[in-house]
Every structure is written in C-alpha cells, then in structure tokens.
Design a protein around this ligand. Structure first.
Ligand code: ATP
Length: 325
C-alpha cells in the first residue's frame, strides 16, 4: 500500500483527492487516512487540505523497497526489490535469493552492511545510512567469458548517474571503482555462478559513499563521499533509481553486440587513467605504461616499451604511478 500511495501522490504536482486515492488503490477512506498518517510518521511531508486532498511536499532519505518501487522507471532492473535495514552483505543475500529462484533484475538493498565485500576477500566500509549498498541479480543467456564486461556496465552507469544527480565530475578508475577528485566514492564487485559454458547467475554489488563525513584511518587518504565533495545532501533513492536506469540502458546496448563497441568511446571519456602513467599490478608480471583507453572487450590498453598490451580485469589492479589514480 505504501508504494501505491506514494506513486499516486507523485503522479501529480498538485493535490490528489481522498476519493481518487480510494478509487485508485481500491481501499476505504479510513485506509487512505491511516496510510497517510504512517507516511507522515516516517518523515514524508504531506500537506492535507480539506476539499482538495493530499500533496507530497518532500520525501525523507528513505531507501526501502516501497519507496524505490514508487519511483522506479525501469523496464526490468529492480523489478523485484528486497530491502534489509542491516545485513552481512548485499552480495551474500543476492546469492541466496538467486539460489531461491529470484528473477533477472532483482535488486537487493541494505541500509548498512556488517561485512561489505571488496575484490579478492577485501572489505567495504558500510556505515549505517551513510551509503548505498545495492546488488543487482542478473540471469544472462550469454557465455561466462563475457561476464567480466558487466563490471564496466555498472561503472559507467554509476559514474553517469552521479554526474546527473550531483553535478560532480565522477570518473572511472578501471575496472571497478568510481572516483571524484582522485578519491574513491564507489566500488563494484561482480561475482558469478557458472558452469563451463552457461551462467546460472551474475551478481553485481555496488557500494557508494553518500553522506560519510569521515573514514577509517587506513582508507581515509583514498576515500571520499558525495557529501564531502559537493557539500550537499544527496537523496539516495533518486540516485539508486538513476543508477538502475543507466544500468539498463548500457546493459541493453551491450546485449545487442555482446561487447562494448556501442559505448566504448563514451566510457573512455569517463576513464580517469586515460593518457596517464599507470602501474599494472599483475601477480604474474607487474609493469608500468601509459593507459590509452579500453577496447570493445573492456580490456585496458596500456602502451609499454613501444607496444600496446590489452590487460583484462581478472586478477589485476591498476594504480597511478604516484598514488591511487
Ligand atoms: P583494486 O584496484 O585492486 O581493485 P581497490 O582498493 O580498489 O583495489 P576493491 O576491492 O575495489 O579494491 O575495494 C576494496 C578496498 O577499497 C578495500 O581494501 C579498502 O582499501 C577500500 N575501501 C573499503 N571501503 C571503502 C569505502 N567505503 N570507500 C572507499 N574505499 C573503501
């Protein structure tokens, strides 16, 4: 009922009459009145005027499933939304939900994570209500070898959504981080469940620092938040919705060609490492060079000793020569 009420209130800038709400939702006047009372108690600022009805003036910074459903504009991303106030990790929960048969497009959201995950067993600092902790569950029909490109789909979706919603100059540190002014505001972790030539499911976890004011000592030099960078409060639900819209857009284009050729150039404009010296920390053989951009397979092209090497994301980390980017 909460998401239907919010959708109805958001369908107009003006008032919605009580009668209209009863008809739209198929409930009694008392039920509408109770619903409004509950919304107000959660922090929604709703004006009620006799003979006119109700008008939503302002929404609180809530990201539960009902709120997100009421603002969703996508065709499939977020078609099912599962919200946890506190959880271990949205990737862990998404895996569990995938095993239970939840569909392609399912979105898992948490208010806070107790054991947020980074790549190769590292952690992701996930303090209560300061960030966005979301995982998208996908059930693609393409072969497992293509799946690493999904991290790049998520990266461009987040960078673009952040630019749209905050005006901040978000850039991509290939392959899985989003940075602003050289500091990290987002990490992406894609995990797969596959057989030799089929994908059972893919989960892509996205952690965004939104209103963090400070970070643990170890990451403070390389981490920042949207609030620290913009000085403004950012509405998390609106940003999540924009990320889903952008994700769907780039994912659909990716599926048309099964590579990144449709938006490779655009991605390269977001690439913080482009034309900069980088250190490629390959466990087999680390090397330095100049990052030139990505190719249509999502590999990073690095010029070194007169030749261009294509680096695939797998086990590799990329750093700037003098610091993080
Ligand atoms: P790589 O380039 O090798 O992937 P990374 O440092 O970007 O390195 P990730 O796995 O993407 O590694 O992210 C995990 C790391 O990010 C942690 O080890 C920690 O250094 C840092 N980190 C953890 N939480 C946050 C956060 N909330 N904001 C920014 N950085 C964080």
């Amino acid at each position: 009922m909460k998401s239907e009420l919010l959708t109805a209130l958001r369908s107009t800038k003006g008032f919605v009459s009580g009668q209209e709400l009863c008809e739209k939702l198929g409930v009694s006047r008392t039920a509408v009145w109770k619903g409004m009372k509950k919304l107000k108690s959660e922090g929604y600022n709703i004006e009620a005027v006799s003979n006119k009805g109700y008008r939503l003036l302002k929404s609180p910074d809530i990201i539960d499933a009902e709120e997100l459903k009421s603002i969703r504009k996508t065709a499939w991303a977020g078609n099912e939304i599962v919200y946890f106030d506190v959880t271990d990790s949205t990737n862990i929960q998404a895996k569990r939900l995938a095993e239970e048969g939840m569909p392609h497009g399912t979105l898992v959201i948490a208010g806070c994570q107790k054991s947020g995950k980074g790549r190769r067993g590292r952690g992701w600092e996930s303090p209560k209500h300061d960030g966005i902790f979301m995982t998208l569950l996908l059930r693609p029909s393409f072969p497992p070898a293509k799946a690493s490109m999904l991290t790049l789909v998520a990266a461009i979706a987040v960078a673009k959504a952040v630019r749209i919603k905050t005006g901040l100059f978000a850039e991509i540190k290939w392959p899985n981080d989003i940075v602003i002014n050289g500091k990290k505001i987002c990490g992406i972790l894609t995990e797969l469940n596959t057989e030799i030539d089929t994908i059972h499911y893919v989960i892509t976890g996205i952690g965004i620092n939104v209103s963090n004011q400070k970070f643990e000592k170890e990451i403070a030099p390389v981490a920042t938040s949207l609030m620290l960078e913009s000085g403004k409060e950012i509405h998390r639900a609106g940003l999540i919705e924009e990320v889903l819209e952008q994700y769907e857009f780039y994912y659909n284009k990716f599926c048309q060609t099964m590579d990144l050729s449709e938006w490779k150039e655009e991605y390269n404009e977001y690439l913080v490492n482009r034309n900069r010296p980088v250190k490629v920390i390959d466990p087999k053989e680390p090397f330095t060079g100049i990052a030139k951009g990505i190719n249509e397979r999502g590999e990073l092209l690095v010029e070194t000793e007169g030749q261009i090497l294509a680096v695939s994301s797998g086990e590799v980390s990329v750093r700037g020569i003098y610091g993080y980017v």
